[in-house]
Design a binder for this molecule. Sequence first.
Ligand code: GDP
Length: 451
Amino acid sequence: MFNSLSDRLTATFKNLRGKGRLTEADVDATVREIRRALLDADVAVPVVREFTARVRERALGAEVSGALNPSQQIVKIVNEELVEILGGETRRIRLAKTGPTIIMLAGLQGAGKTTLAGKLAKWLKAQGHSPLLVACDLQRPNAVTQLQVVGQRAGVPVFAPHPGATSELEHPAGDPVAVARAGVEEARQKLHDVVIVDTAGRLGVDAEMMEQASEIRRAIVPNEVLFVIDAMIGQDAVNTAVAFDEGVNFTGIVLSKLDGDARGGAALSVASVTGKPVMFASTGEGVDDFELFHPDRMASRILDMGDVLTLIEQAEKNWDKDEAARMAKKFADQEDFTLDDFLSQMQQIRNMGSMKKMLMMMPGAQNIREQLENFDEREIDRVEAIVRSMTPHERVAPKIINGSRRARIARGSGVHVSEVNGLLERFGQAQKMMKKMAQGGGMPGMPGMPG
Ligand code: GDP
């Protein structure tokens, strides 16, 4: 996502490095490059026009600061304008003051609504809410079952229509508006504090679907209407977003499939054209592939300045504090760093999520993108297999691991001897680093990253 846009923009800025002053011609050339990069990334034409006009005006204007060189100045301006286009400040869900918070999802079929419903439910649950999912997509065969599966994965109950029911309050079948109403009522009675209502989509915008969505909106008066859009749909994004905005007057945008190799234009256009903020990003098919959308962090990623804040949050969320405390104590006591510790650190890193996704958030990650793309997540499994094939004594005293022991370990773990050698070498470096840090009184870091 955004890879090629990111490459193009950073290359443009590189050209400015070493320049003492920016002439008007420099600015124009740079702005031209930015325009081309945005258009090639499928950003909508009016958005590009406005964006580049603002960058040009500001770059030529009085903002010249003594502290920044010309290339840094332009990066700063482009960064701020990107944040602006993406909706400015991070926008959080508005919770209802009384009764359940009602969140309605709308979007084309296949946009990722049902998947998102599960992710959002799980995310809210982790924050102490007690969500109920409501299945109002009665058009697509299997949509109800799909939501039930998603609900199960998220550990959240699903309210679904029941074929043959007669009264509206008993799971009515066939009428999505009635199901939505009944679902909200169910949430009230069962004291759920959030209701997420999944609605039907069509392959293209059509009047009947929009009317139905708009009727559901009137019936349940949601606190948030989230418009889910597939980031891969390119130039169509703008028309679709405008149609939905007119139809259901959504309050926020969710970009789905941001993990794909879409050029990213939709993301940059939709918020700008509708004036509604992007609130969430969906980044995969799994129930945890989901992030609160921070315009500033996304802009940072596009400009390859990294997203260290998200990285730290991921780490904090998944870091095993007891294990970290045990390591810290070991450290303070200057005990030896063993292969078991090494393995445990690797596992901690893995718990933080996909290694690739994490590393992509590091500043400058675009420079090593190719290596990252070839990075094999199973590397950690191999390390685990190798360490598990060692005897307890070998793990604390790796010096005794001679040639014949190496061969035995390789056989036991199903790898080549060279991999055992490689691991022992990396472990040796990690051990040295730990010793150095212990002497310097530093914190235990994350040595031994494969690569
Ligand atoms: P709906 O018709 O809007 O409810 O869309 P679905 O939730 O059924 O999603 C359509 C397809 O897109 C499914 O195959 C999902 O697994 C997939 N999908 C949804 N969100 C994402 C995402 O963020 N990344 C990727 N790669 N696939 C997604």
